[in-house]
Design a protein around this ligand. Structure first.
Ligand code: F6R
Length: 608
C-alpha cells in the first residue's frame, strides 16, 4: 500500500525523504511526492505521477532546502492516478500525507464545503487535511487540532502533518495503518515501514492504534487521541532490509497470505452495514433502473481471477433470483462469436488490470454495447480506465507472482455487487443479511483460521511435497476453490495438479488414482455433504491418499483432515482456500523453489 516518510533534524529533508521513499518502492505505488518547510517557514511541494525517479527529476529542477518534511508514495484508492491526487495534500495551514481510507469522507466533505473549503483533488486525504485545518483556529495547537479532527473520522489512517505555524514539529497518528518513529541523534525520522529508517537509526517507537505523537528533532511524545500523555518505550528494529520489507516473513507470498484479514478490511471498508444487513458498492455507476433491468451477468477473467468469478457466480445465483450468470475464460471468450442478451452486464475481473486477454474481452464486450464493470485491484490500470464503472478491490500491492489476497478480495467485491443487486431483484433480504454478517466477521475468521492451522499446513506440506501429482476435488462452492487450490499448487510447487468437480470423478479422473497421486477434498458442511463424501469414499476404496479440508464436525475418514471451526457457513470456501494457499506455499518452500518468482511466470500478463 502507500508509504509514508517524514523527517525533522539537521539534514536536508528532501534527501532523507526521497531516500526513504526509494526504500518503500517495493510496496508498489503509482505516484509520489514530498513537502518540506524551509528556514523562512515557507512550505514547498513537489509531486509526480510514476516512479520516484520522476519525482527526483522534478526536485533536480527545483531543489528544496528545508530540514523538516513529509513524503509519500501513493497507491490510489480514492481518485485516479494524477498529480493532483498525489500526496502531500495542502489545505491552508496544513500539509499532510495519509495512508488508509476515510470512510465518512463524503459527509465530512459536504460539511467542510458548506464552511467554504474548496477541494482540488478527489481524495479522502484532502478532506481530512481540511478537517484538521478547520479545527486549527487561533490559540489551538496543531496537536489538538489533529486529535479533534481524528475523533470525527471513521476508517483507517496513518498520517503525518506539519504546519508553517509550528515549524520544527511533525504530528503523526495511526489507526489501522502502521507508523514508526525512528529516534536518531538530533533527528527524528518517521515512516510507515521500518525499512525507510534503516541507516538512520534502529531505535524506534511503534505507534499503536489510536495514538498520536508530537515529533521534533529531539524525539517524540506520544498521546492518546484524548491527549493523555503515554510513556512509550523505544524498541530496537530487528532484521535487515529484505526481511523488513517482507514484514518479517521469508517470502512476499506468505506475507500476502497472512495479511488477508487486514486487506479484506480495506475491501469491505464502508461497503457493508451488518446492522441493516445490507451491502453497497459505490462504483458501478448504474442507475436504479439499470440495476433492476439486469438479467444476465457475464464474468470475465484469467487464472485465479476466473476462479474468483466462478465462486462469485454461485453466490450471485443464490442472492439474485432472476439472474443468469456466466463465467468465461478471457483468452477463449475474446475469439468466440458470443452474443450477449439484452440487459447484460459484464464484470471484468483482474488484479493487475493489465491482462491482455481480459482487456481484449473488455473491448469486444464494449463493441456489443454491453455495460462493463471492473473488479480491479490496481487503480488507474488500463482495465480500470476503460470500463464503464466498477469497483476497486483494495487488496493492496500483490508482489508475489501467485495471486492470493487478490482472490479473496475479488470474490468479496463481486459478492457485494450481488448483495446490492439482490435488493433490486426481489432477493431474500434475510439471505443478504446473513451474507453481510458473515462478511463483517470474515477478516477476523481468516486471521484466526490462518494462525490456528499454519503449523498443521506446514506439517502436511512436508508429508506430501514429494508426490508427483495431485487432484483437488469439491462440489458446489467448494468446486471453484478446488480449481484454485490446484492452480496455486502447480504454479509454485511444480507438482502436476488438477481441480475437478468431485461429481466428475467417475467420468474419468478416478482412473488416475495411484500411489503417485494425492487427493485434496474440499468438503463443506452443507446440503451436499453426503454426496461430497461419496467421492472421497470412491477414491479411498482405490487406495488413494486423501486430505480433507472441511468445516464439518461429522466423522470423515481420510488420511489427513483439517477442520476449520467458524460461525461462517456461506463463506467457508474462502476460509478453506486460505488453507490451500498455505499448503501450496509450504510445499513450494519444501521443494526449494523460488516461491515469489515461480519459473516461466510473470505477475502481469500483458501479452497474449
Ligand atoms: C495465479 C495467477 C494468475 C492470474 C492471472 C490473471 O496465481 O496469479 O492466474 O490470476 O494471470 O491476472 P490478473 O488478475 O492480473 O488479470
Amino acid at each position: 500500500m502507500c508509504g509514508i516518510v517524514g523527517y525533522v533534524g539537521k539534514k536536508t529533508a528532501q534527501d532523507v525523504l526521497v531516500g526513504g521513499l526509494r526504500r518503500l518502492e517495493y510496496r508498489g505505488y503509482d505516484s509520489a511526492g514530498i513537502a518540506t518547510l524551509d528556514d523562512n517557514n515557507e512550505a514547498h511541494i513537489a509531486r509526480s505521477v510514476g516512479k520516484i525517479a520522476e519525482l527526483a527529476n522534478v526536485l533536480d529542477g527545483a531543489p528544496q532546502t528545508g530540514h523538516l518534511g513529509i513524503g509519500h508514495t501513493r497507491w490510489a484508492t480514492h481518485g485516479g492516478v494524477t498529480e493532483t491526487n498525489a500526496h502531500p495534500h495542502h489545505v491552508k495551514n496544513i500539509y499532510m500525507v495519509h495512508n488508509g481510507i476515510i470512510e465518512n469522507y463524503k459527509e465530512l466533505k459536504a460539511e467542510l464545503s458548506d464552511k467554504g473549503y474548496e477541494f482540488a483533488s478527489d481524495t479522502d486525504t484532502e478532506v481530512l487535511a481540511a478537517l484538521i485545518d478547520s479545527n486549527y483556529t487561533d490559540g489551538v495547537t496543531l496537536k489538538d487540532a489533529v486529535a479533534k479532527a481524528l475523533k470525527r473520522v471513521r476508517g483507517t489512517y496513518g498520517i503525518a502533518v506539519f504546519s508553517p505555524k509550528e515549524p520544527g514539529t511533525l504530528i503523526v497518528a495511526r489507526l489501522g495503518s502502521p507508523l514508526i518513529i525512528g529516534l536518531g541523534q538530533g533527528e527524528t525520522i518517521i515512516a510507515s515501514d521500518a525499512s525507510a529508517l534503516l541507516g538512520y537509526t534502529r531505535e524506534a517507537i511503534y505507534l499503536n492504534d489510536g495514538e498520536l505523537a508530537v515529533c521534533n528533532k529531539d524525539g517524540a511524545e506520544v498521546f492518546t487521541l484524548g491527549l493523555k500523555h503515554l510513556d512509550s518505550k523505544p524498541e530496537t528494529i530487528e532484521g535487515d532490509l529484505a526481511q523488513i520489507q517482507k514484514g518479517g516473513y521469508d517470502y512476499f507470498l506468505l506475507k500476502e497470505i497472512m495479511e488477508q484479514a487486514t486487506t479484506l478490511h480495506n475491501t469491505l471498508s464502508g461497503r457493508i452495514d451488518p446492522k441493516a444487513g445490507k451491502m453497497h458498492l459505490g462504483g458501478p455507476n448504474l442507475t436504479e433502473k439499470e440495476m433492476r433491468d439486469i438479467r444476465h451477468v457475464v464474468i470475465v477473467g484469467c487464472g485465479t481471477a476466473y476462479y474468483a468469478g466462478l465462486l462469485a457466480s454461485y453466490y450471485m445465483e443464490q442472492l439474485v433470483p432472476d439472474l443468469t450468470t456466466e463465467v468465461v475464460i478471457a483468452s477463449e471468450y475474446r475469439y468466440r462469436s458470443f452474443h450477449l442478451p439484452k440487459n447484460s452486464v459484464a464484470l471484468i475481473v483482474s488484479q493487475s488490470g493489465e491482462t491482455a486477454d481480459t482487456l481484449a474481452c473488455l473491448r469486444e464486450i464494449k463493441k456489443r454495447g454491453v455495460k462493463t464493470l471492473g473488479i480491479v485491484n490496481v487503480v488507474g490500470s488500463t482495465i480500470a480506465r476503460e470500463v464503464d464503472g466498477g469497483t476497486y478491490v483494495h487488496a493492496g500491492p500483490e508482489i508475489s507472482v501467485a495471486s492470493t489476497k487478490a482472490f479473496t478480495a475479488q470474490v468479496v467485491a463481486m459478492l457485494m455487487f450481488a448483495g446490492m443487486l439482490s435488493e433490486y431483484h426481489g432477493g431474500d433480504p434475510k439471505l443478504v443479511a446473513e451474507f453481510t454478517r458473515e462478511l463483517s466477521i470474515l477478516p477476523e475468521e481468516i486471521e484466526k483460521n490462518l494462525e490456528t492451522h499454519r503449523a498443521t499446513m506446514e506439517a502436511l506440506a512436508k508429508k506430501y511435497s514429494k508426490y508427483d501429482h495431485a487432484l483437488y476435488l469439491g462440489r458446489d462452492t467448494a468446486f471453484p476453490i478446488s480449481l484454485e487450490g490446484a492452480l496455486k499448487l502447480k504454479e509454485i510447487s511444480y507438482i502436476h495438479s488438477e481441480g475437478y468437480a468431485s461429481g466428475e470423478l467417475k467420468h474419468g479422473p478416478i482412473a488416475l488414482v495411484d500411489d503417485r497421486f494425492f487427493e485434496v477434498f474440499n468438503i463443506l458442511d452443507n446440503w451436499l455433504f453426503d454426496k461430497s463424501c461419496g467421492g472421497l469414499h470412491e477414491v479411498r476404496a482405490r487406495g488413494g491418499k486423501t486430505i480433507v479440508l472441511t468445516d464439518s464436525k461429522a466423522d470423515i475418514e481420510a488420511d489427513d483432515i483439517v477442520r476449520i471451526e467458524s460461525p461462517i457457513k456461506h463463506l467457508a470456501p474462502i476460509l478453506l482456500n486460505t488453507l490451500q494457499q498455505l499448503f501450496a506455499y509450504y510445499i513450494a518452500v519444501d521443494r526449494g523453489n523460488d516461491v515469489d518468482q515461480p519459473r516461466n511466470l510473470a505477475k502481469s500478463v500483458t501479452v497474449e
